[in-house]
Structures are given as C-alpha cells and as structure tokens.
Design a protein around this ligand. Structure first.
Ligand SMILES: [Mn+2]
Length: 467
C-alpha cells in the first residue's frame, strides 16, 4: 500500500479523521478564522505545529497562534492565560499533547476543540473532535506530525517542506530506524515515499553515532544527524547561563528555523550534510553552538551511564537501572533532556552481554524538583507506560495530596516524576519493589500457576506475557 492509498483507507475507516476534515472544511467557510494551536515541545510536536499552521493558512486563510509550552499536558490555567492575552478563537487545536478526557473542559472557553494525537488513551474526551488512530482503531499511529500531514494531504497538496518536517518528526518519535531499516507499520508507507524524495538523507555515513543510533554505533545516516541537531536545539534556552540570556526558547527556535528553510528557498531533497540544512543564518549559528554544548554534555553523561545495575529478568527482558544526574544545564528540565537518550544507547550492549532476548533500562535521575524516572525499551514485552503509571499510583497512595507525582507514556518510552517533598529513598524503594514483584509474577505466569488476582496484577503492571 502506498502513502496516498493509506491516507484514503484511513479516511474511510477512522471516523475521527473524517470528523477532523469536516470540521476544517466547515471552518473554511468563515472569513479569516482564528486558530489557537498548543503543541508538544518535542520534535514531533514542533513539526506537527509547523505542518498544521501551513495547512490552516493555505487552505483556510486562518490566523494561527502557536504555543509550545514545556509541559506535555495542557492545563486549563495555561489555556486561559493565553486566551486572556490573545482574544477569541474559532478553534483550539491540540497536537501531540495526549488524549485526556479533561480536555472536554476547554469547551467552556472555545467553541471547538480538535485533538490530533497518537498517544495511548488517558480517558476519552466526549465532546472534543479526536483524530487519534491509536485509540480509535487500535493502530499505533507513530507520530502526530504524520497525522497532521495526512490531514493536509486529504485537504490539498502538500510540499517538500511539509514532507521534510514529517520525516524529522517521525525520526524524533522513533517511528523508524533508517540504519536498522525498521519501520512501524503505520509510518512505513510515508517513509518509503520519503526514501525516494530524500535519497541523500538515507545514505550511510561513517560518522559520530547519534542519539537515534541505538544498535549500530559505528555508522549513521543524515536524517538521524539532522533530527539530533534539532532535538538539541529544543534545549537551547537551558544553556542560557553559558551562551547568554538572549538565547531564545528552544522549541520556538526550532519551529522558526523550519519556516526559515522555506523562506530562504532551501532544497531539503539536496541536503547532504548538517551544514546544508543549517545554512549559515543567525538561527543556524545558535543551533550550532547549542549542538556543541549538547555534544560535550553527551560525552560527560556517557561516563555516568557506564555501570548499569542488573535488577532481574522479566519474561526474557533484562531489566537494568542507572542512577545518574543530568548535566548542570539540564537539572531543572521537567522532561527527558539528554540523560535518558544517552542511557538508551547502552540497551543493546546490555542485552548482548546479559544474553537476554530483550532489555530495558530504567534511569533514576535526581533533579532539582525531585526524582525523574525514565524507562526505555522492554522489547514489546514489558510496557514502560504501564510501569510508570503504576509507580506514580503507588507513590500517590503513599503520599496523598502531593501534586507533583505523575507517570505514563508509550510502551517503549515512558516517564515518572515525583516532586519534592516525596523523598528519593521512597521512590527508589517503590521502584525496586515493583520490579521484584514483576520478576515474581513473571515466574508464576511462566509456570502457569498464577491466580486470578496475580493475573490481574500482572496486567495492570503491563506484563502482556501470559495474560
Ligand atoms: Mn509525538
């Protein structure tokens, strides 16, 4: 199936896709509709906002205001604050910001809400329009940028800048691995089309391995390098102590840079190096300086993740943990900045050395605000998202009334945060107990001796094995 066929098929089978198209077509009958877009502050979210804004301007003549706050969930206060400043909007568009039932509450403030998302369900909103194939038709939709591009494709022609942006967004969210030549089913048609449109981006290079090169650390490809430079760019403002206070907010820097590409008439299909993309303008100079800082932080952190501790094997998944701090500049970041990515590059070596079919790494990171735990890997056997959400639930039970405890995410990448005053030792204790419980449950499941209660417990912990 090619990409155009996939888009048409999804349009026919996913009711949310058709509703989103209908909603935008209706909106196009208004003169200069105003759209407020909140998007995730990572590469997938930024490229989603880029594609959405170009689509809305092109097809609807809309005025689009874009916000990329540094928290995943959109809170009502953050929305109200923007509305007070920016006035009335015809549509609130939420891209790559999760699918939460409380997003229905936003209809108090705007007439229409459209959610374009690929995250797993966290309570289905009933009154918002939701385009999320992951929850609607249980097909893991690899990246929100790809969903935005599908919507744009359905509504009119897209161009090379839209295509290039999705490629970066999909890379940012690990929707494909051009070195291992592995693709998620959902992204495959688009990636195959991109290989023809951007052949140079897929050519092998014997160069520094990037954050995306998790298995083969000897070589990489250009698309991994380009995405890594922009991922680092998202952290720009965190380096303002070193680089100067005029350093812009990273996600906006990257977002503006994508527009600069089209403004300067760059030819992404001809890029054969990072410098070709950067181009040499003022934003490119900041991006290069930030990338240099990032690379030296990466080297420092590589030493800190050397000694991972083996916690046990669960259903063939070797579970390892590193206890390490982020670098100086990243200690205040409430999201996975650099450390979890560095630790992820150890997973394959741990798997091979331990002789496990799969591996998983847990990153226990004390930060200014509290403890930040990241989980990566799991081989599709252990669900990182369920583990993080269970851990957060236990901590909330132990420390009722503490606001800053939360956790969740994808099957192969998830986060759990426990803000102070929840003590670090308590978080460590709950984490280790949980892993030990999972090791035990996996054994009884394996022997076919699990009670109904144990099976239920295993399911809630995301142990798909045997259930
Ligand atoms: Mn995403």
């Amino acid at each position: 199936m090619n990409y155009a066929e996939q888009v048409q098929q999804l349009f026919e089978t996913d009711p949310g896709f058709a509703s989103a198209v209908g909603m935008l077509e209706k909106l196009s009958q208004r003169k200069h509709p105003r759209v407020l877009n909140f998007s995730h502050h990572d590469l997938d979210g930024i490229t989603s906002a880029f594609i959405a804004k170009r689509l809305l301007e092109r097809q609807l003549g809309a005025e689009v205001v874009v916000k990329l706050p540094s928290h995943f969930k959109l809170w009502e206060e953050a929305l109200v604050e923007v509305l007070e400043k920016e006035g009335k909007f015809d549509l609130l568009l939420l891209t790559d910001k999760g699918t939460f039932s409380f997003y229905d509450d936003f209809l108090k403030h705007v007439d229409q809400v459209l959610i374009i998302d690929h995250h797993q369900l966290d309570g289905m909103p009933k009154r918002c329009t939701v385009f999320n194939p992951t929850v609607e038709i249980s097909e893991y939709a690899s990246a929100a940028s790809l969903l935005c591009h599908m919507l744009a494709t359905k509504l009119g022609p897209t161009d090379v800048y839209d295509d290039f942006a999705v490629l970066l967004g999909c890379r940012g969210d690990f929707a494909f691995d051009p070195v291992q030549k592995s693709y998620t089913d959902f992204a495959r048609p688009f990636i195959e089309q991109s290989m023809e449109e951007f052949p140079l981006a897929f050519r092998f290079k014997a160069d520094r391995p990037t954050m995306y090169d998790l298995v083969d650390r000897e070589r990489t490809v250009l698309v991994n390098q380009l995405a890594e430079v922009l991922h680092a760019g998202c952290l720009a403002h965190l380096y303002n102590q070193v680089l100067g206070t005029d350093i812009p907010y990273g996600p906006e820097l990257v977002y503006d840079f994508l527009f600069e590409l089209s403004e300067r008439g760059a030819r992404p299909e001809k890029f054969s190096s990072v410098n070709d993309m950067l181009g040499g303008g003022p934003k490119s100079r900041i991006l290069s300086r930030v990338f240099d800082m990032y690379k030296s932080d990466w080297a420092l952190l590589s030493g800190r993740v050397e000694n991972a501790v083996f916690l046990g094997e669960i259903c063939g998944v070797g579970v390892y943990m590193v206890f390490a701090e982020e670098t100086e500049a990243m200690r205040a970041a409430p999201f996975p900045a650099i450390l979890p990515f560095v630790a992820s590059t150890r997973m394959d070596a741990l798997k091979r050395a331990g002789g496990h079919p799969h591996s998983m790494i847990i990153i226990f990171c004390p930060k200014e605000r509290g403890v930040h735990i990241s989980m990566r890997g799991g081989g599709g056997v252990i669900d990182c998202g369920s583990m993080c959400s269970q851990l957060a639930t236990r901590l909330r039970e132990l420390y009722p009334g503490q606001e800053g405890v939360g956790g969740g995410g994808h099957a192969r990448a998830a986060e759990c945060l426990a803000d102070k005053p929840v003590p670090m030792y308590a978080v460590m204790h709950e984490l280790i107990s949980m892993v030990q419980e999972m090791v035990r449950l996996a054994e009884v499941l394996d022997r076919g001796k699990a009670t109904l209660e144990e099976m239920e417990r295993a399911r809630s912990l995301g142990l798909t094995h045997g259930s």
